[in-house]
Design a protein around this ligand. Structure first.
Ligand code: NAD
Ligand code: AKB
Length: 355
C-alpha cells in the first residue's frame, strides 16, 4: 500500500480541498511535492476559522511572513484570503483534520474556528460542541504530530462577579455558554501543555474592531456595525445601553499581539494559554461621540436586547500587565486612532465599490 496516497482514497478523507476538485491523481502529486519540500523548508501553518473576522487578517499577516504556500486557510465556508492553499473542512471532523495535517505538512495551528457569544446563546449545544470538540481535535493532533498551537480565549471568561478591572488571576465565573467553553478551553490547553508537552498559547482577546471582514456573531459586534451606519449616513440603533463600557482593540493590534506571543520564548510565559490582553475601554456613548466628531450628523438610538446581559457580565477594563511584563506587549491604537482608521478605510472601500 502506498502510505502517501492512502488518505486520499474514497470517503476516508471527507475533507474537500481546492486541489481535490482536480481529482485524486493530481492531489497525490501535490502531496508528494509537499513531502519533498518538507525536508528543505519549515512545516506549514494551518489557520482554522480562516474566513472569519480574525482569520481573514491573520492569514494575510502569516502569508506575509511565511509566503503564500506556507499558510493553509481552512474554514467551513470559502475563504476570501487571496492567494495560497485553501481548504473547506470541519474542525469536528477528526480524520479530515488529520488528513490536512499530513497532506500539508503542518507544524503550527492557529485555531480560530468557534461560535461566539450571541450566536452561542441562541444554540448553546452547537457552541459547546464546536468550541470544545474543535479544540480537543486540534490539541490531540498537536500531541500526536508535535504541532504548536494558538487557541484564543476571550474576556467572556469573566462573569458578573468580576471587579470593574479584571486582573490576570480574577475569578472566572462566566454565565454564557461561550464563556464557559473559553474557560474550559484554557484548562484543556494547560492540561495538554503540562501533561503532554504541547506548546499551546492564547490570549483573552477583548472585542475586536476591524473593517476587512465582518464580525461573526458576538456581543462586541456593535463596535463594528456602528461604523457601517456612520459611513452610509444612517442612524445606528445599538443593542447595548449607552453607558455599556467594554474592553476593545483594533485588529492590527490583535494580529500583532498574536504573532508576538507565538514568537516569545516559552520559558518567559507564566500563563501561556490565558493572557489578559488590553488596549482601550470605552462606552457606546463615548464611541458614538468620537464618530460624531468626524461625521457631524451621525446619531445613535438605543434598544438594548438580550446581549446587554452578556456585556454586563464582562469587565469594563482588563489589566494586561502580566502580558506586558512577560512578552513585552504594548498596544498602539487608542479610541481616536481606531475611529480615524475605521472611517478612512471603510470610506475608501465604499468609494472603490461605487467607482
Ligand atoms: P468569526 O465568527 O468571525 O469566525 C469564526 C470562523 O469559524 C467562521 O468563518 C466560521 O465559518 C468558522 N467555523 C465555525 N465552525 C466551524 C467548524 N466546525 N469548522 C471549521 N470552521 C468553522 O470569529 P472570530 O471573531 O474570527 O474569532 C476567532 C476566535 O477568536 C474565536 O475563538 C473567538 O472566540 C476568539 N475571539 C474573538 C473576538 C472578536 O472580537 N472577534 C474576541 C475574543 C475572542
Ligand atoms: C463576543 O462578543 O462574543 C466576542 C468576544 C469578546 O469574545 N467578540
Amino acid at each position: 500500500m502506498d502510505p502517501m496516497g492512502d488518505a486520499y482514497e474514497g470517503s476516508r478523507n471527507p475533507v474537500e480541498t481546492r486541489a481535490s476538485q482536480d481529482g485524486p491523481r493530481r492531489l497525490k502529486c501535490r502531496r508528494m511535492f509537499s513531502r519533498a519540500m518538507a525536508s528543505e523548508s519549515p512545516r506549514r501553518v494551518l489557520v482554522t476559522g480562516a474566513s472569519g473576522q480574525i482569520g481573514t487578517e491573520l492569514v494575510a499577516a502569516l502569508r506575509a511572513r511565511h509566503g503564500s504556500d506556507g499558510v493553509v486557510a481552512m474554514d467551513l465556508r470559502d475563504s476570501q484570503s487571496g492567494d495560497g492553499p485553501s481548504v473547506i473542512g470541519d474542525v469536528l471532523d477528526r480524520m479530515g483534520m488529520d488528513a490536512i495535517v499530513q497532506e500539508w505538512d503542518i507544524g503550527t495551528v492557529y485555531h480560530l474556528a468557534a461560535i461566539l457569544s450571541a450566536t452561542g446563546e441562541r444554540d448553546p449545544a452547537a457552541c459547546f460542541e464546536i468550541n470544545m470538540g474543535g479544540l480537543l481535535n486540534v490539541l490531540e493532533l498537536a500531541r500526536e504530530n508535535d504541532l504548536r498551537v494558538f487557541a484564543p480565549s476571550s474576556i467572556a471568561v469573566f462573569g458578573p462577579d468580576v471587579p470593574t478591572v479584571a486582573h490576570q488571576d480574577a475569578h472566572l465565573n462566566p454565565t454564557t455558554m461561550y464563556g464557559m467553553t473559553k474557560v474550559a478551553g484554557e484548562l484543556l490547553a494547560d492540561y495538554y501543555a503540562e501533561a503532554h508537552g504541547v506548546d499551546v498559547r492564547g490570549v483573552r482577546y477583548p472585542g475586536l474592531i476591524s473593517w476587512r471582514a465582518p464580525p461573526g456573531g458576538g456581543t462586541t459586534d456593535y463596535a463594528v456595525s456602528i461604523f457601517h451606519s456612520a459611513i452610509h449616513g444612517l442612524p445606528y440603533t445599538c443593542f447595548l445601553r449607552a453607558d455599556t463600557r467594554l474592553p476593545m482593540m483594533y485588529m492590527d493590534d490583535a494580529i500583532r499581539a498574536t504573532l508576538e506571543l507565538m514568537d516569545a520564548p516559552w520559558e518567559r510565559l507564566t500563563c501561556p494559554a490565558s493572557y489578559n490582553l488590553a488596549a482601550v475601554s470605552f462606552s457606546v456613548e463615548e464611541l458614538a461621540t468620537e464618530i460624531a466628531s468626524r461625521v457631524p450628523e451621525f446619531e445613535v438610538e438605543y434598544a438594548p436586547d438580550e446581549r446587554q446581559a452578556y456585556a454586563d457580565s464582562w469587565p469594563d477594563v482588563v489589566d494586561d500587565s502580566v502580558a506586558r511584563a512577560d512578552w513585552g506587549w504594548e498596544h498602539e491604537f487608542g479610541l481616536q486612532e481606531i475611529v480615524a482608521e475605521m472611517l478612512e478605510n471603510l470610506n475608501r472601500d465604499q468609494r472603490l465599490e461605487n467607482a
